[in-house]
Write a protein that binds this ligand. Structure first.
Ligand code: SF4
Ligand code: SF4
Length: 351
């Protein structure tokens, strides 16, 4: 499927954007084994001048307040740091930019210090599986230093952990209790996305997300435990219908490292940069209708799941009409078990 490219004139003007993602570069030297960005990087050329011009164009067009998130790649890499700084500097001068977020996996306080005055929020990425393959391991001492540094600067912190599938429940529980102890208030758990997962990994994910589902409710007054899987299950438990599958291309766009504007990060999977914001939204709507009357027709999770990420379907199955099959598998299996245990769960989460 192709999305035709928009003209560069008024690229933003028809959308009410409240969330802007900016990628200064896809480069990252951390080299996680599951990195989602390698493919994105292949189709991307850094052009800081064009990117900054795009941001100016965005700010000049924008009529309503918005949140901006600087992501990568790694925005704190040596060659990217200055671009990240210039972007944040421009954003801090816009009265409509209400929150500036930095997503990073870098643990170096000196690097963070050089940007901290511009920031309202840091999404810090770290992983907890025990392996030399874990490139984002962080000792508790280091995490404590970072948390103190970020808190002292009145910046909020949220951790992001990608579960590898080999963690066990005890590891996760101990980790979360340590976070509470050192004053972390938010953590999101994800899974390895944009990859085909084998049966063993999927079975492990069913177990771990089911466990996290309980933990989330038992610790609500101490820490927020989120992430797409848990938040979708929470919508189902509370019977809150999802109005759109995601914000990409509707109320959110991405400024790519070469200054292009795309509806979502995944759009950069196309080597010819072919996309259009309007067509992207139409495709999302068509996919919604298609799934609702086909694969998801009888699924009780449909009002909360909506078929998962279209980008993942395009990337993994080359078919935008496919559900996000890995997401579907994890969420439906965990939900199956939750439904069996619903009586206990209702008491547990004080519904
Ligand atoms: S930190 Fe992020 S961008 Fe860097 S290698 Fe890991 S997943 Fe990729
Ligand atoms: S869980 Fe699967 S079948 Fe159910 S709505 Fe989601 S994608 Fe469709």
């Amino acid at each position: 499927m192709k999305f035709l490219k928009n003209s560069t004139i008024n690229r933003f003007s028809n959308l009410e954007i409240d969330y802007l993602k900016i990628v200064p570069s896809y480069y990252c030297s951390i080299n996680c084994k599951y990195c989602y960005n390698r493919l994105l990087k292949q189709n991307s050329k850094d052009n800081p001048k064009a990117l900054l011009n795009s941001l100016d164009e965005f700010i000049n067009n924008q009529k309503t307040s918005f949140i901006a998130e600087i992501i990568g790649g790694e925005p704190l890499e040596e060659n990217t740091l200055n671009t990240s700084k210039s972007l944040l500097n421009r954003l801090s001068r816009s009265h409509l930019c209400k929150k500036r977020i930095l997503s990073t996996a870098v643990k170096d306080i000196r690097l963070l210090d050089s940007l901290i005055d511009y920031l309202d929020f840091v999404y810090l990425s770290m992983d907890i599986f025990n392996s030399t393959n874990n490139k984002k391991k962080l000792s508790l001492t280091k995490l404590l230093q970072l948390t103190n540094f970020i808190n002292c600067n009145n910046v909020e912190l949220s951790l992001t952990v990608i579960l590898d599938g080999c963690e066990d429940e005890e590891d996760i529980k101990n980790f979360i209790f340590s976070l509470i102890h050192i004053g972390v208030k938010n953590i999101c758990f994800g899974y390895v996305k944009f990859q085909h997962l084998n049966t063993t990994t999927l079975l492990n994910y069913y177990r771990l997300f089911y466990f996290l589902f309980f933990l989330k409710y038992s610790l609500t007054d101490k820490i927020f435990i989120g992430g797409n899987i848990l938040e979708t299950l929470d919508l189902a438990v509370q019977n809150i219908t999802r109005k759109r599958i995601c914000h990409c291309g509707e109320t959110s766009v991405v400024l790519q490292p070469d200054g292009n504007v795309t509806p979502s990060l995944c759009q950069n999977y196309y080597s010819d940069n072919s996309y259009s914001l309007t067509e992207f939204s139409k495709s999302k709507m068509y996919r919604w209708n298609f799934l609702e009357s086909n694969r998801c027709f009888n699924c009780s999770l449909w009002p909360f799941c909506r078929g998962g990420c279209m980008g993942a379907s395009i990337h993994l199955y080359k078919n935008y009409l496919s559900p996000d099959i890995e997401f579907c598998s994890i969420i439906s299996k965990v939900w199956e078990k939750i439904e069996i245990d619903m009586g206990i769960i209702k008491d547990y989460i004080r519904m």
